[in-house]
Design a protein around this ligand. Structure first.
Ligand code: AMP
Length: 422
């Protein structure tokens, strides 16, 4: 047996989980302050959901999905992203017949069979939001403002926001034809991936990372110049709303995003200081998705942020120190005979909201004091013969080294008065 987590996965050990809790709280609080509520969908779905909802021509569906047959020979897939599951839930529960827009956020693991490297894993975590049921450009702006607000609260203000419009189904089809015509004569010069995907979705060639592909198609028609009047107006309003809210952005003609279902506003956010995998999040409008999945014609917009990349950014660029979470109290039992009293005291402290622990390793009183120091507990309470017989506890403040003998209620009050002001 291999005693090693599978390639592309990793453990989040307690010294790191403090950081996760910190960013998760900022994300939840930010989303809730914008009126979003949490949805939790299953970790696996029917494979067809992603085939239809993400698109057969995408890298995710064509080469990155963890798909398997279960014992009833149904094809299931570990979710590679969160939008299609949200759209599925919206349809399944008939939520679209209630008040619109529906504003959801989610947080959890996603799975993609990709080549692991720094900032890229096979099991990774995303925080995402989705808003269904409104095609207002001001909602697009609100979604982007939320994304920027999360980065601001994390102290990661040095971002680059790339913005583009991918048009609607009408102007996109026209543009697609023009792009196909332009690319066709040069298709032999494209990389293997682009040669395969350009027939299905020629727009994908635009965001290929290979310089040779860009050279091959130079002079290509720009989507922005071919947007229909509705899409032009939508995009102008999004830009005006971002400007009015002080959000700076870069209009990026090459930004197309990897998923087939995007339409109109598309965006990606980068933190240039964190290395090759600088994209920390992205999203856009997906007005055709709910219909594509068998629901009514309901528009939607959302984004997903990669948690690992944000943590990397916090380590590299963040201004915040993460302190080790410590216990409030370590109870030192001076003699085996008083184990029961020690356990009762620990239980009572915990019931009263104090984080407390004791030794279970049979250590001597002296060794327990040393161990208490390592746990970084603020206080030690000693339980020995004199304490038990005379009904008091000895409280030692590990910072000031001051020691006092106190009755149980006084003890609890003293501890609380310190930990509650921390
Ligand atoms: P996407 O919707 O594919 O653009 O993903 C949104 C964000 O999730 C990206 O900007 C990354 O920050 C993050 N992400 C996507 N794939 C991975 C991966 N394999 N490992 C870690 N983070 C990822």
């Amino acid at each position: 047996m291999q005693v090693k987590a599978p390639r592309g996965t990793y453990d989040i050990l307690p010294q790191d989980s403090v950081k996760w809790q910190y960013i998760e709280k900022i994300m939840r609080d930010s989303a809730e302050s914008f009126g979003f509520r949490e949805i939790r969908t299953p970790l696996f779905e029917h494979s067809e959901l992603f085939q239809r909802g993400v698109g057969q021509g995408t890298d995710i569906v064509s080469k990155e999905m963890y798909s398997f047959n279960d014992r009833s020979r149904r094809s299931l897939t570990l979710r590679p992203e969160g939008t299609a599951p949200c759209a599925r839930a919206l349809i399944e529960h008939g939520i679209y017949s209630g008040v619109m827009p529906v504003k959801w956020y989610y947080l959890g693991p996603m799975f993609r069979y990709d080549r692991p490297q720094t900032g890229r894993y096979r099991q990774f975590h995303q925080f995402g939001v989705e808003a269904f049921g409104s095609n207002s450009p001001y909602l697009d702006a609100e979604i982007i403002i939320l994304l920027v607000e999360i980065l601001r609260r994390l102290g990661l203000d040095d971002y680059e926001l790339h913005l583009n419009s991918l048009g609607c189904s009408v102007c996109r089809d026209d543009y697609r034809q023009k792009l196909l015509q332009h690319i066709s004569p040069f298709k032999e010069q494209l990389c293997q991936d682009c040669q395969q995907r350009y027939m299905q979705n020629p727009l994908r060639v635009l965001d290929c990372k290979m310089e040779t592909c860009h050279q091959a198609i130079r002079g290509y028609p720009i989507f922005y110049d071919h947007l229909c009047p509705y899409c032009q107006e939508h995009y102008s309003r999004v830009q005006a709303a971002l400007q009015a809210n002080g959000v700076s952005y870069i209009h990026d003609n090459n930004l197309v995003r990897g998923l087939d279902y995007y339409s109109n506003t598309a965006f990606e956010i980068h933190l240039p200081g964190i290395g090759a995998q600088s994209a920390v999040g992205g999203g856009g409008r997906y007005d055709g998705l709910v219909k594509e999945l068998g629901g009514p014609d309901i528009p939607g917009i959302g984004f997903a942020l990669g948690m690992e990349r944000l943590l990397l950014a916090l380590d590299m660029l963040g201004k915040r120190e993460f302190s080790k979470p410590s216990l409030d109290v370590f109870v030192v039992v001076m003699n085996d005979a008083y184990e029961m009293q020690g356990l009762q005291l620990v239980s009572e402290l915990r019931r009263r909201g104090i984080r407390a622990d004791k030794d279970y390793g049979g250590r001597s009183g002296k060794a327990q004091m040393k161990y208490a120091g390592k746990t970084a507990a603020r206080f030690v309470v000693m339980v020995g013969e004199e304490e038990v017989e005379k009904h008091f506890w000895t409280l030692r403040d590990m910072q000031s080294k001051e020691q006092r003998q106190l009755g149980q209620e006084e003890l609890i009050d003293s501890i609380r008065s310190v930990i509650e002001t921390k």
